[in-house]
Ligand binder design. Structure first.
Ligand code: CO
Length: 134
């Protein structure tokens, strides 16, 4: 069912420093910072040949990643995103398999303008999983 690894999201305490490290130390191609107010994050996309890394930093008062950064002051891996062809079919199969979908269970438009859902980390070995229809 799942296809490509679309991205790995990493929450960082200092977006400029993290961007510089990926660009200058690792020699990666990086985007300008993009504010996504509806998601409560500012993100920098690191383009790799086979996937992307998304550096995330909280934006605004009620950022969903603020608590994560409080607990992980150095930053850390926040979620993995797998591509699926049909998000509603994927959701229905996951629910039938006993997986908990976060929120109201309805896909939301994600950071790339495509429908996404998040799966409960306790159902995936402690890893928050995003699925994105691609
Ligand atoms: Co994501």
């Amino acid at each position: 069912m799942i296809g490509k690894l679309n991205h790995v999201a990493i929450v960082v305490p200092d977006l400029a420093a993290a961007t510089a490290k990926y660009r200058d130390t690792l020699g990666a191609e990086v985007s300008e910072p993009v504010d996504l107010p509806e998601h409560g994050v500012t993100t920098v996309f690191v383009m790799l040949p086979n996937t992307k890394i998304e550096l995330l930093h909280p934006l605004g008062e009620n950022s969903p990643i603020a608590k994560f950064l409080d607990k992980n002051t150095d930053g850390g891996i926040h979620h993995l995103c797998y591509e699926v062809e049909d998000i509603l079919a994927a959701r229905d199969k996951l629910v039938a398999e006993g997986v908990r979908i976060l929120g109201d269970g309805e896909p939301k438009i994600g950071a790339h303008g495509k429908p996404v859902l998040f799966l409960h980390p306790k159902d995936f070995f402690g890893t928050l999983i995003e699925i994105e229809e691609c």
